[in-house]
Design a binder for this molecule. Structure first.
Ligand SMILES: NC(=O)c1ccc[n+]([C@@H]2O[C@H](COP(=O)([O-])OP(=O)(O)OC[C@H]3O[C@@H](n4cnc5c(N)ncnc54)[C@H](OP(=O)(O)O)[C@@H]3O)[C@@H](O)[C@H]2O)c1
Length: 455
């Protein structure tokens, strides 16, 4: 019997950020692995013209819940949405809801956050905050990491006698096994970059091939979170424990390898309607990167947008390229450096799990085979993010062949034009040209004569 699963059975759990990528995996795993969990309260805000109820009704229809739906068709009845906006005083939770939560909730998982690296700070007048942000950030690379550090500090200071643990995942990627291999539902972080590379839009990336790409599958992070929740509640460690949920120190994976695996997967399983054949390179040189940005990002985007304009359609490629450059600039800090994170608490937690826990809440990343994981991640992005059917792969390959022929024809035409211009201006180039042409002519005549003799 799994101790972790047994702990959550009969408990009432509150989750923030349940509509997000990790939150959904957490809700699903909790309901599936502890089917007797009493209730799962989730804090949800209305968004994009949808009420809280509409959002939750759409959320439970998501594919990520297919497995728990199979085991327990009425799983959604345990999900209790509460209207909340976390940036508002008292989280904008009504007095009745607050009373209900205080009376019932046993465990809280706080997952909500904005994952934009450059979200403006908001607690003062906008113009003042803009001026002082660089000073506040100091050594921190962005507002995301700065506010995370602030929150951790605040928790340390204010936790009182609550049993709290902090989980710090590195770059969270698609799921490794659960609920399905390769499951992913947003374009944040590496997912959007993989897709841009697979579509042939992204051709150059600033990264250090030898730097550690500290990626962690979402199901590993969630398994660790649930196990850490159990350990914190049952073993009540004296100090607040921080679990670095990372792979770099245990099973390191490098940016160079990542680039290779992504390219090779998309060559074998191309995305539909690619813009160009996938061919992204990593470089640690700013100048080389700028060169490729101009030649391989901006120039084709300008040509494509011109073509769109001429055919009466809305140009969009330059906009996509600008957005891509913005996220690449934010990622650069992480793709050019390595960090060492202690895995001590993760290893300690593992020693407290029984055999059943280790199977049900597996976070042993030594078993992770990176090339298989990245292949499943890219295929997951194709299936779950872009809704592309694997049956469309032959057509996608055909499209890539067409793009390759267009590229050959374009390059040949360009070469001939450049050569003609060169010939018109230089006697030496003309002489070389006549020499090559006469050589070809002689070779052809010789070939014809020798084949006539043989017959
Ligand atoms: N993804 C990663 O690579 C990664 C890595 C390390 C740590 N983390 C941390 O893991 C947690 C979950 O990340 P994620 O990738 O699942 O992010 P996500 O998909 O963007 O989800 C964020 C969640 O937070 C909610 N939220 C944000 N602001 C809110 C507000 N003001 N009021 C109420 N709800 C709010 C969102 O609700 P709406 O749906 O209403 O927007 C959403 O449910 C975050 O704390 C993140 O910092 C993520």
């Amino acid at each position: 019997m799994s101790s972790v699963s047994a702990y959550y059975n009969g408990k009432t759990v509150l989750i923030t950020g349940a509509t997000g990528f990790m939150g959904k995996v957490l809700v699903e795993k909790l309901l599936r692995s502890s089917p007797e969990v009493k209730a799962v309260y989730i804090l949800v805000r209305p968004k994009a013209g949808q009420s809280m109820q509409e959002r939750v009704a759409n959320m439970v229809k998501c594919k990520v819940f297919d497995r728990v739906r199979e085991d327990c068709p009425h799983f959604h009845e345990k999900i209790k949405p509460i209207n909340a906006e976390l940036t508002q005083p008292k989280l904008a939770i009504s007095a009745e809801d607050e009373e209900e939560l205080l009376a019932r909730v046993n465990v809280v998982f706080h997952c909500a956050a904005t994952v934009r690296f450059d979200e403006p700070l908001k607690w003062l007048d906008e113009s003042i905050i803009q001026d002082i942000t660089p000073k506040l950030l100091g050594e921190w690379p962005n507002t995301y990491t700065y506010t995370k550090a602030l929150s951790e500090y605040l928790i340390q200071q204010e936790k009182g006698n609550l049993n709290i643990a902090i989980i710090r995942p590195s770059i969270v990627g698609a799921s490794w096994h659960e609920p399905f291999p390769g499951w992913i539902d947003n374009f944040n972080g590496t997912s959007g970059i993989f897709i841009a590379a697979g579509k042939g839009i992204l051709r150059t990336v600033i990264a250090n091939n030898e730097a550690v790409a500290d990626m962690i599958p979402v199901d590993v992070a969630i398994n660790l979170t649930l196990a850490a929740g159990w350990y914190t509640a049952v073993h009540r460690p004296k100090n607040l424990l921080v679990y670095n949920c990372t792979t770099g120190g245990i099973n390191p994976f490098f940016w160079g390898e990542m680039g290779q695996y992504v390219m090779s997967t998309f060559k074998r399983n191309p995305l539909e309607q690619a813009f160009r054949t996938p061919n992204a390179h990593m470089t640690s040189s700013y100048l080389i990167n700028q060169y490729w940005i101009t030649v391989s990002h901006k120039a084709p985007a300008i040509l494509y947008d011109l073509y769109m304009r001429l055919t009466g359609r809305k140009p969009r490629m330059m906009k996509i390229i600008n957005r891509l450059h913005k996220s690449m600039t934010l990622l650069q800090y992480f793709s050019t450096q390595s960090w060492s994170w202690s895995s001590d608490n993760m290893n300690m937690l593992m020693t407290h799990l029984n055999t059943e826990d280790k199977k049900l809440y597996n976070f042993d990343v030594r078993q992770l085979h990176w090339s298989e994981y990245i292949e499943s991640y890219c295929i997951g992005a194709k299936k779950y993010l872009l809704n592309e059917d694997m049956a469309g792969i032959p057509a996608a390959k055909q499209h890539l062949r067409k793009l390759r022929n267009i590229r050959y024809a374009f390059n040949t035409t360009l070469l001939v034009i450049i050569w003609r211009i060169f010939i018109a201006r230089s006697q030496m180039a003309r002489n070389i040209w006549y020499f090559v042409v006469s050589l070809c002519y002689k070779f052809l005549s010789y070939f014809r004569a020798s084949s006539t003799l043989r017959h």
